[in-house]
Each structure stands twice: as structure tokens, then as C-alpha cells.
Design a protein around this ligand. Structure first.
Ligand SMILES: NC(=O)c1ccc[n+]([C@@H]2O[C@H](COP(=O)([O-])OP(=O)(O)OC[C@H]3O[C@@H](n4cnc5c(N)ncnc54)[C@H](OP(=O)(O)O)[C@@H]3O)[C@@H](O)[C@H]2O)c1
Length: 303
């Protein structure tokens, strides 16, 4: 399963897996874009086994329905790529669940999906392949985040000033800390969890420079991104290699709790909190609470 398989790195990973004979679930918010990706995969392998499932990470109740659908339709999942993501933008956006949007889309919803699908990953590890793999597509921007947010209030509409770098960085740091905590909790179960930084990649991530830099600086940022992409960014296919290397290292060499950078290199994370087991565990417990609160609130509002 690949989240955000409708564009960029996710599309490249999903199509590469499908062309090598995997059954791939394209978990995307846009059906038409997902079907275009599937068509692309089939242009390389006519009978590629690709399935679309709708997933909008900005709605945690919808994410819960997605988990239920996956559990009903598939007995096991052997590879989960938590890839979908967005760049933070002005002004601060808050989801209907009450959390900062970038944090929820990039991290919290993927936490919920991973925990919800864990039984399917564990089942895959007990069957034939004897192992299953979770890859969190993070970013080197995690290193610019302050101390990890561990207070509930920081995720609700907070009174701290809004910073794009901090919000995106927190979401990417949280992915790494969650992965490290999972690696500890899943030890001995054949389910391996790792993180990657894909590099600077020519994708749609900064599709709206005005939203990132404002209407005055946005056009200039757009030009810089355009030239950056032409001159030295990796292609999505090159970035996908680090993801696939990470999957293969976990499945064949049982690597877990590692961080990979392009192209296909193991590296050390660059944030002190990522190596702090107490904080990783605290983030895990807090994330459970945040998801539970959102689902409870969602259930009450529909009563
Ligand atoms: N590009 C880089 O330089 C770079 C660097 C470091 C890390 N990353 C990370 O790489 C990952 C993939 O990004 P990309 O560069 O490939 O960008 P991209 O081309 O914009 O792809 C992002 C994917 O996430 C999906 N997505 C966004 N918001 C969503 C939501 N609310 N619900 C469901 N899906 C959603 C998008 O769907 P739509 O197609 O419908 O928009 C798209 O499929 C992200 O996690 C990003 O943070 C990228």
C-alpha cells in the first residue's frame, strides 16, 4: 500500500512495485489522479494488479473508514509506504478534527493508519514472506524542528506563533520518532519500521509557492523552485530508489528503526529527540490520545 500514489514519489514507488508484480493499493484522495497513475503502471506492465482506495488524511473519521475498508477487502498488507504529504502554508490551516493540518496529514493520520493496519502487517509477517515493512517518507527538515510537541494543547489550535518550517519539521520529526518507537515495540514480530529522507525531489510538493511565501515573494519562490527542479533535484523515480532500498533492507536484512537518505544510504537522524526513547514513547501515547479524541468528537457530532 502506498499513500499519495497519485503524484511524485508515491506514484513512482507504487508503479515500480506494480511493475515488479506486487498487488498495490493506491491510497489517494483523488480517484481520477489515482486512475491516471494506475494507467501509467499498466503502460509498463499490462496486467499490473493495482487497486484504488480513497483516502483523505485531513479527516481522521474518514481515515478510520478507510482502515475498515482495507481490513474487509484484504487479509494482509506486507508493505506500507506512508508517503502522502503536504508542505505547510499560510495562513495556519486547522482540520475539522481541530489539529494543525500539515501535522495531521503528514504524521497523525499515518500514525492512525499504521496502528489500524498493524494486524494485517503482522499477519503478512507470519505468512510466507516472514516479514513485512513500514516506510515513513520523512524529510531532512526534521532537523530544524524545536523540541517535539508533547503537550496536547500544542496540537489543538495553539496560541504559539505559526511557523511553516516548525509545523512541517514537527510532522517530519514525529514520523521518525514514531518509526523508532514502532521498531522497539515490534521487535521479534517480523514487522520492520524505517524512515527515509528522499532528497530534494522535483514533484508537486511546492505546487503553490504563493501559499508558502505570500503573494509578494511567492512568484520569486516559484522561479527558484522551478530552477532547483531543473538543475539539481532528483526525479521521483530516483527518489523512489531510496524507498525501495529501505523496503528491501528491512525484508532481507531485518533492518528496523533506521533512517535512509538518497540514494539508498543509511544515515544518522539529526535531531536529539529522535534518539530519545522516553520522548518517542511519550509521542506514541499522545498520538493514541489525539486520534481517540478526534474519533470520539466525530462520533458525538454525528449523534
Ligand atoms: N519533494 C521533495 O523535495 C521532498 C523532500 C523531502 C520530503 N518529501 C516528502 O515526500 C512525500 C511525497 O511528496 P512529493 O514530493 O512526492 O509531493 P507530491 O508530488 O505533492 O505528492 C504528495 C502526495 O500526497 C498526497 N496528499 C496530499 N495531501 C493529502 C491528503 N490530505 N490526503 C491524501 N493524500 C494527500 C497528494 O495527493 P494529490 O495528488 O491529490 O495532491 C500526492 O499524491 C511527502 O511526505 C513529502 O513531505 C518530499
Amino acid at each position: 500500500m502506498v499513500t499519495g500514489a497519485s503524484s511524485g514519489i508515491g506514484k513512482a514507488v507504487a508503479c515500480m512495485l506494480a511493475s515488479r508484480g506486487a498487488t498495490v493499493i493506491f491510497a489517494c484522495r483523488s480517484e481520477s489522479k489515482a486512475l491516471e497513475s494506475i494507467q501509467f503502471a499498466r503502460s509498463h506492465k499490462a496486467n499490473a494488479d493495482c487497486h484504488f482506495l480513497e483516502l483523505d488524511l485531513s479527516n481522521l473519521c474518514g481515515v478510520q473508514d478507510f482502515i475498515t475498508k482495507v481490513k474487509t477487502a484484504y487479509p494482509k498488507v506486507s508493505i506500507l509506504i506512508c508517503n502522502a504529504g503536504e508542505a505547510a502554508s499560510y495562513p495556519r490551516k486547522v482540520t475539522r478534527n481541530g489539529y494543525e493540518r500539515t501535522y495531521q496529514v503528514n504524521y497523525l493520520a499515518h500514525f492512525q493508519i499504521t496502528m489500524g493496519l498493524l494486524p494485517l502487517l503482522q499477519r503478512a509477517a507470519l505468512d510466507g514472506a516472514k516479514s513485512s515493512s513500514i516506510v515513513h517518507v520523512s524529510s531532512s527538515v526534521h532537523q530544524f524542528a524545536d523540541e517535539i510537541w508533547l503537550k496536547k494543547i500544542q496540537h489543538l489550535i495553539p496560541d504559539r506563533p505559526y511557523s511553516l518550517l516548525e509545523t512541517y519539521g514537527q510532522s517530519k520529526l514525529a514520523q521518525i520518532m514514531f518509526s523508532n518507537e514502532l521498531a522497539i515495540r515490534l521487535k521479534g514480530q517480523g514487522v520492520y519500521s524505517n524512515t527515509i529522507h528522499p532528497g530534494i525531489v522535483s514533484t508537486q510538493l511546492m505546487r503553490d509557492p504563493n501559499a508558502v511565501a505570500g503573494p509578494f515573494w511567492g512568484p520569486a519562490l516559484g522561479i527558484i523552485i522551478d530552477w532547483r527542479n531543473r538543475l539539481f533535484a532528483y526525479s521521483p523515480e530516483e527518489a523512489a530508489l531510496t524507498v525501495l532500498h529501505c523496503v528491501s533492507q528491512s525484508l532481507t536484512k531485518q533492518v528496523s528503526g533506521a533512517y535512509y537518505v538518497p540514494v539508498a544510504n543509511r544515515w544518522k537522524t539529526r535531531h536529539v529527540d529522535a534518539d530519545n526513547p522516553e520522548k518517542c514513547a511519550a509521542l506514541f501515547d499522545l498520538s493514541l490520545e489525539l486520534v481517540k479524541d478526534a474519533l470520539l468528537k466525530g462520533a458525538q457530532s454525528t449523534e
